[in-house]
Design a protein around this ligand. Structure first.
Ligand SMILES: O=C(O)CCC(=O)C(=O)O
Ligand SMILES: [Fe+2]
Length: 287
């Protein structure tokens, strides 16, 4: 009897220990699968670093702003079409600027539409892959269209007149040299940028109906220029939290033919297309 009790106690302990070990092993495997999956999702072969800094960490460790970019501003600085010389005074202050009609003469204003880009990416069939390997981002915002490839596959449906009222908004970087060369046939380097300004070999397209970009901050290396080619769009800017006591949020409307300059590294920004309109903009950086 005594032996049986000892044996069953011993067995119980053994069982207890082995089920604990099994439990730990399962937890470890689940964690391992989870982190491998997260890594696979965020892995981009174009990135120089194997492990990417999560956006939350980027927000926490970004430099504190001096607020000179937003102090005493209640609206963007609005100019007519500025010359290079006049633009230079404002180019690096990070004040939001609107240059009315500065890109009105660009042929892209007439020529660019969803089908233009669909045809372009059909012509250069390796461009999607090239963009991917060069780390050219695609943003689906709230559209639920997961990739540029699926956007082009879907475009005939979302662009048809019967359902033009469906809201969608996407943006993507164009890195492929052939695609960029074809795009640049229809617009020059913005004439107001300083001659010595550094520009990347990547230009973004943002387009959609009735929607826009949700509020965010960009972790990019330079200042941003954007050419509003089709539709009207409202920009919403919010100063960074450390400047909220001395600066205010602002919003402004841009029209086809306007150039917009926003330092999207310090201004939180979002956009909304005027209801019922299609909007298309080209965007890049300068430094
Ligand atoms: O044009 C837009 O809707 C948003 C653009 C944007 O987020 C940017 O230029 O950084
Ligand atoms: Fe942005």
């Amino acid at each position: 009897m005594y032996r049986t009790v000892i044996a069953s106690k011993y067995n119980y302990k053994l069982q207890d220990k082995s089920s604990n070990a099994l439990h730990h092993l399962i937890c470890l495997c689940v964690l391992l699968i989870h982190f491998t999956y997260m890594f696979w999702l965020s892995y981009n072969p174009a990135d120089k670093c194997l492990i990417q800094t999560p956006n939350l960490i980027k927000h926490l460790v970004r430099p504190i702003d001096s607020c000179s970019y937003c102090k005493a501003l209640s609206q963007p600085k609005v100019f007519g079409n500025l010359t290079q010389k006049k633009f230079k005074k404002h180019a690096y202050k990070s004040h939001p600027l609107v240059l009315k009609n500065a890109v009105n003469h660009w042929p892209a204003k007439q020529i660019f539409d969803v089908q233009f880009f669909k045809r372009l990416y059909q012509k250069y069939e390796n461009a999607l892959l090239y963009n991917y390997y060069e780390g050219c981002n695609y943003f689906s915002y709230d559209s639920g269209i997961p990739s540029l490839e699926s956007f082009f596959a879907k475009i005939d449906t979302i662009d048809s007149n019967e359902i033009k009222k469906v809201s969608w908004y996407v943006g993507w970087g164009n890195c492929d040299p052939d695609v960029l060369a074809e795009m640049r046939k229809y617009y020059p380097k913005p004439h107001f940028l300083p001659d010595d300004a550094e520009t990347p070999s990547k230009e973004y397209v943002f387009m959609g109906y009735d929607a826009g970009a949700t509020m965010h901050l960009d972790f990019i290396n330079r200042l941003m220029w954007q050419a509003q080619l089709k539709g009207t769009k409202t920009w919403y800017l919010k100063p960074s939290p450390e400047c909220e006591d001395v600066c205010q949020s602002l919003s402004f409307l841009v029209e086809p033919g306007d150039a917009v300059l926003v330092d999207t590294r310090v201004w939180y920004h979002g956009t909304t297309i005027t209801p019922g309109e299609f909007s298309l903009a080209i965007q890049s950086e300068y430094g």
